[in-house]
Design a protein around this ligand. Structure first.
Ligand SMILES: Cc1cc2nc3c(=O)[nH]c(=O)nc-3n(C[C@H](O)[C@H](O)[C@H](O)COP(=O)(O)OP(=O)(O)OC[C@H]3O[C@@H](n4cnc5c(N)ncnc54)[C@H](O)[C@@H]3O)c2cc1C
Length: 480
């Protein structure tokens, strides 16, 4: 069978070589003709269509180590799939050996210590479910089907970020298999240089098999949900968002979005497909206080729907999952903002009105608080001046509509990027975004990241990511 090496040569792997790898694994090794290969190789974004030579569905750390050693022996290109949600499709590469970690989804909680140990293939919802059993939560993101590893290695924001920082700021340690096939611990006590690099520098240093998260008391009941109005109400809603989000206590996170109303069961059928503006809110303190804090949202004008109520935190964490299904075509543009200016609100509404697909949206995430209090050099995720995140999300079904939807996102971005801090979120970069965008995301940390890379992966084995080479070059794997 044909495979690709790290220096992009095509090589032939004999049947006996493949069988030898199979014999070293407890989990299945899938070839393109095997059942399950198609599911493993596909990622969330249907714009990405790559075919690894082999997929190893690792069952544990020993399988991961065996794969890394095998890749090393054959100089094979290696890629790692956590939750497969990276929009640029960084989890997959043509001709590579893919390590699919989706069978490694165990979570162990130490309630007294307020720590969760999660395996590298967990999805966010796996961690939320197990930790909420104890009234605890880790800082996870907004969609429960996203992978913890990709999210944490690039930063991680969610409804608890304003209180506790980037997800990666709350990590106590990670276990990973490094390029030499060893299992290594990275924490502030052990290999602190590696620990620093992993917190924002992506999967550039090894295969993360476990992450230890600091947990915080949250819920189980919180006040959360969404209120939506017709898009004609945007000026008032965006003004409320601006004022409320600037003064909000850290327990309150507000997300505002504009899009055509999806056919969700909680939206009245007559509004489906019509343009709406909505505020999604989560108050993670007491429910009594939460009801008071969200009252101005609930009392604004005449909403088309109001599902901002007391509910389990774990339910809040998956409330918007259905809006972002696997298998659609996606293209995003994102910027960090220092504040929300009235002029930005005007542009926000203007570009929402020209959306080309029933699934696209413009979204503002609220993130000011704990993350702004740490030093820029605390970890490569950086961007400690970011207070909001603008995400222009084109989403559609038909390949014939690629150009129209991509153009819409690019033109909205062109008109709104002047409001940026100059920084962008590494985890939201699309595949056509090159070195200058990676620099915008990681700029101040690039040189130090290269030093960590030179020590831990001098031959640049882990390169199917936002790759910083040992010499400090930024490389983007050129694949369709
Ligand atoms: C619908 C949706 C919602 C999102 N919501 C949020 C959000 O609320 N907050 C937020 O911060 N981000 C969010 N993101 C962005 C998300 O953080 C990134 O897409 C992230 O890369 C997803 O991680 P994954 O494990 O699912 O990705 P994958 O595509 O599996 O991997 C992404 C990258 O991480 C590497 N990687 C994955 N697993 C490992 C591992 N175990 N060890 C080493 N490297 C690994 C891969 O090689 C690849 O380079 C969202 C993305 C989507 C598509």
């Amino acid at each position: 069978m044909k495979a690709v090496t790290t220096d992009n040569r095509e090589i032939e792997l004999s049947q006996s070589t493949v069988d030898a790898l199979k014999a070293r694994l407890r989990g299945p090794l899938l070839l393109p003709s095997d059942a399950g290969y198609a599911d493993s190789r596909t990622v969330w974004n249907a714009m990405i269509d790559r075919k690894p030579a082999l997929v190893a569905r690792c069952l544990g750390v020993a399988d991961v180590a065996a794969c890394v050693q095998f890749a090393r022996e054959h100089q094979l290109l290696l890629c790692i799939k956590g939750g497969g949600h990276n929009i640029a499709g960084l989890a997959t590469a043509d001709g590579a050996l893919m390590l699919d970690l989706s069978l490694m989804r165990g979570v162990w909680v130490e309630p007294q210590e307020q720590i969760a140990h999660a395996q590298g293939g967990c999805l966010l919802g796996d961690v939320d479910r197990e930790t909420q059993l104890h009234g605890l939560a880790a800082v996870m993101g907004f969609i429960s089907l996203t992978g913890i590893a990709g999210l944490t290695l690039g930063g991680g924001i969610g409804y608890l970020t304003r209180r506790y920082g980037w997800t990666t700021d709350t990590v106590l340690g990670m276990n990973l298999v490094t390029a030499d096939g060893r299992l290594v611990r990275a924490s502030s006590e052990e290999n602190p240089d590696l620990f620093w690099g992993l917190r924002g520098g992506g999967g550039n240093f090894g295969v993360v098999t476990g992450i230890d998260y600091r947990l915080y008391p949250v819920g189980p009941e919180i006040v959360g949900g969404l209120v939506a109005w017709p898009a004609s109400e945007a000026p008032k809603v965006l003004e409320l968002y601006r004022n409320l989000s600037e003064q909000a206590p850290p327990e309150l996170t507000l997300v505002v979005l504009m899009r055509p109303a999806p056919p969700a069961p909680w939206l009245p059928p007559e509004i489906h497909g019509k343009p709406i503006v909505a505020i999604s809110a989560c108050y993670s303190g007491t429910a009594e206080e939460g009801e008071k804090v969200v009252a101005p949202i609930k009392s604004l004008g005449k909403p088309v729907v109001d599902i901002l109520v007391r509910r389990p935190y774990v339910q809040m964490q998956s409330l918007l999952d259905a809006t972002q299904p696997k298998g659609r075509r996606y293209y995003w543009k994102s910027e960090y903002l220092p504040r929300v200016e009235p002029a930005l609100c005007d542009k926000f509404a203007e570009h929402a009105a020209t959306i080309r697909s029933p699934h696209s949206a413009v979204i503002l995430f609220h993130m000011s608080g704990a993350l702004n209090r740490l030093e820029e050099e605390h970890s490569p995720v950086g961007n400690r001046d970011a207070r909001y995140l603008l995400n222009i999300t084109a989403s559609w079904v038909e390949p014939a509509e690629d150009q129209a939807n991509i153009e819409w996102a690019r033109s909205a971005w062109n008109e709104m990027k002047s409001f940026s801090t100059g920084g962008t979120y590494i985890n939201f970069l699309t595949q056509d975004e090159g070195p200058e965008r990676i620099e915008a995301a990681l700029g101040k940390s690039l040189w130090r990241l290269a030093q960590v890379k030179a020590r831990w992966d001098p031959e640049n084995m882990f390169r199917t990511n936002r790759n910083i080479t040992p010499s400090g070059e930024i490389r983007v794997l050129a694949q369709a």
